[in-house]
Write a protein of this length. Structure first.
Length: 337
């Protein structure tokens, strides 16, 4: 652990960004130097008050140019939480790199962008290397449950014959934007139309699939992703609004592929109201038999995402590498105070 606090800049103060701020305020090894958000309602307000905490003496600013930039020996790290699409957020990340920040981002497509955006991934990697900074995407999913955690569990095996990871998320217990994101309140026809246009679904599931194969140093083939709506059989009330019988209450999304040409990897995700919550990693092996790792009740996404972002910042602070990295490239993150 560094002898001096890690200087961090939260960038984007939506629901996840605010939780990141709260984590930073409660973590002795981390010190906020400023916070950035474009919302005029938040600009000028104290970050502690926004996070429901005591006055912190740090006001939200509109741009990274307005942020305090103390000169230090180690890394200054931006905790970036603004969007899921890498093309859209790259200008923000690029600006942060230009101002001397390494970047830990919740952008799902950044968790393993080398397949979806090979040219952009190469550009980001070189840009960060030229500035001796790090860019990395993380979160609870992608970033942990359905990829990094599964990779870590493989270390107790020798011969893997199959990997199956499932996650069940009850969106009735989650924030309104997530309920809308999974299609709650749509008709099945509206959902399927958006799915055909690739405008709905959990972003990052295929990235998790590819990150597992990458982390195991295995080629991946025959990759497919399917998405279907989950339909309610009765009228229900969600924070996002009422949902009538035969309307959508969530989604069922599956990504699958063959590693090394014959090892199936299946990631099965259900995010819907009333689904129950559970995370499960199943490894089929020749030396250990079947390993079934279960988290009853699942890992709550919003809190876990904020926590792993800060933990990742602490990990890369003393990491000697640079460039565009994945969670498989850095030491195991942990709660080191």
């Amino acid at each position: 652990m560094p002898s001096e606090p890690i200087l961090v800049l939260p960038y984007g103060l939506g629901p996840i960004g605010i939780k990141i701020v709260e984590n930073c305020l409660l973590t002795q090894s981390v010190r906020l130097i400023s916070a950035v958000d474009i919302d005029p309602v938040k600009i000028g307000r104290d970050v502690g008050e926004l996070a429901g905490r005591e006055h912190a003496g740090i006001s939200v600013v509109a741009t990274v140019e307005d942020a305090e930039t103390p000169q230090i020996r180690g890394r200054r790290i931006a905790l970036h939480a603004t969007g899921s699409n890498l093309v859209s957020v790259w200008p923000q990340i690029k600006q942060l790199l230009d101002h001397g920040y390494s970047v830990v981002s919740t952008c799902e497509e950044l968790s393993y962008p080398w397949h979806r955006y090979p040219e952009l991934a190469q550009e980001i990697d070189q840009y960060a290397r030229d500035r001796r900074q790090i860019v990395i995407g993380t979160g609870v999913n992608p970033g942990f449950v359905m990829d990094s955690l599964a990779l870590f569990i493989t270390s107790v095996t020798r011969d893997i014959t199959a990997i199956h990871v499932s996650r069940r998320v009850d969106v009735a217990k989650r924030r309104i934007p997530l309920q809308k994101k999974v299609g709650a309140g749509m008709t099945p026809e509206q959902f399927k139309q958006l799915a055909e246009q690739n405008r709905i679904g959990h972003v990052g599931l295929e990235e998790s699939l590819r990150l597992i194969a990458y982390g195991l140093n295995l080629g991946l083939s025959d990759v497919t992703t399917t998405i279907e709506p989950v339909i309610t059989e009765e009228d229900i009330e969600l924070a996002a609004g009422p949902v009538k019988k035969n309307e959508v209450i969530g989604l069922h999304q599956v990504s699958r592929g063959l590693a090394a040409g014959h090892i199936p990897i299946v990631l099965d995700l259900i995010m819907c109201a009333g689904s129950g919550q559970e995370d499960r990693i199943t490894l089929e092996t020749t030396d250990m038999g079947k390993l079934d790792i279960v988290v009853p009740g699942g890992i709550f996404g919003d809190t876990a995402t904020a926590n792993i972002v800060v933990s990742t910042a602490r990990t890369i602070h003393s990491f000697s590498g640079s460039g565009l990295l994945t969670m498989a490239d850095i030491p195991i993150t942990r709660n080191v105070r």
